[in-house]
Design a protein around this ligand. Structure first.
Ligand SMILES: [Zn+2]
Ligand SMILES: [Zn+2]
Length: 111
């Protein structure tokens, strides 16, 4: 049958939020959503170390927040566990990397 996936869903409207859930539980769920996205950062720092791949500036536990993870192919969903798509860049180099990309993008489009 071709119409297999065609089911009529009743809209539940306001009942979308489960009243049995506490605010804490909801918060936990939100965090669950956020965590995997941040996870690659820790992974990358572990694999590549606390050092900027561009300017070779070294970081410590104190200022590690200045070190960010850049995705070489620009796709933040491409997170191979071996770290091959990651590059640890300090915020300055990271900014530089992206502004160049944007500029190149802009220049190629403004013909
Ligand atoms: Zn740097
Ligand atoms: Zn980046």
């Amino acid at each position: 049958m071709r119409n297999k996936g065609y089911t009529i869903r009743k809209k539940t409207g306001f009942r979308k939020v489960d009243n049995n859930k506490s605010a804490e539980e909801i918060l936990k769920e939100i965090r669950k959503d956020i965590t995997p996205r941040n996870d690659y950062r820790e992974q990358s720092l572990k694999i590549h170390g606390l050092i900027c791949a561009k300017c070779a500036r070294e970081f410590s536990e104190k200022n590690r927040h200045l070190l960010t993870v850049h995705h070489k192919d620009g796709n933040s969903r491409n997170n191979p566990p071996d770290g091959s798509n990651w590059e640890n860049l300090c915020v300055y180099c990271h900014d530089d990397e992206h502004s160049r990309g944007l500029l190149a993008d802009y220049l190629s489009k403004s013909k």
